[in-house]
Write a protein of this length. Structure first.
Length: 177
């Protein structure tokens, strides 16, 4: 992302990402972030198979993977949340193990936006009867990248829409959509 700022002191939008529970643990080969390794543009925690295995064995619940029906419900919940709060949803991509959005929230704190997107997605999954656990389907926290200029917004939108690999397969095609 470009490090140029706009002249308003308010980000134009946020790239908000959140993951499903248990799908990217510390020690993962992709690296990870914790409170000591969470400064912009600095290295992640190095891969550590022993740490990754230890954490995986001690998860409270099984890792969550979103099937096609769940992804549709989550996408609808996020769209509804943005519409009700008058936030501009510029891009969305609901994957099997994470969700990316680019959202214009005005001067709203991105932590509040992240919480609202996760909470309303969980509520909708429960109301549709496809998430019956008392626990959340989401990992703690999430990523909130501040987008200060039009170029950053364009890059984030392109990443969300085009930078996520192949189109998702229609999983569980025999289920009602």
């Amino acid at each position: 992302m470009s490090k140029e700022w706009n002249d308003t002191g308010i980000p134009l939008a946020y790239l908000i990402t959140f993951r499903c529970y248990g799908t990217w643990l510390h020690g993962d080969e992709r690296g990870s972030v914790d409170r000591f390794h969470n400064i912009y543009d600095t290295p992640f925690i190095q891969p550590n198979p022993q740490l990754n295995n230890y954490i995986a064995k001690n998860l409270k619940n099984k890792p969550v993977e979103l099937d096609a029906k769940m992804r549709g419900v989550v996408e609808t919940a996020i769209r509804d949340t943005c519409q009700k709060r008058n936030w501009g949803l510029l891009a969305i991509n609901v994957r099997t193990n994470h969700i990316h959005t680019v959202v214009k929230t005005g001067n709203r704190n991105p932590n509040q936006a992240l919480s609202a997107l996760k909470a309303n997605s969980t509520r909708e999954l429960r109301e549709k009867g496809i998430w019956n656990s008392e626990s959340t389907p989401w990992a703690d926290k999430g990523s909130k990248k501040w987008l200060w200029n039009e170029k950053d917004v364009e890059i984030a939108i392109d990443y969300v829409i085009n930078g996520q690999g192949d189109e998702l397969p229609k999983l569980n095609e025999n289920e009602e959509q």
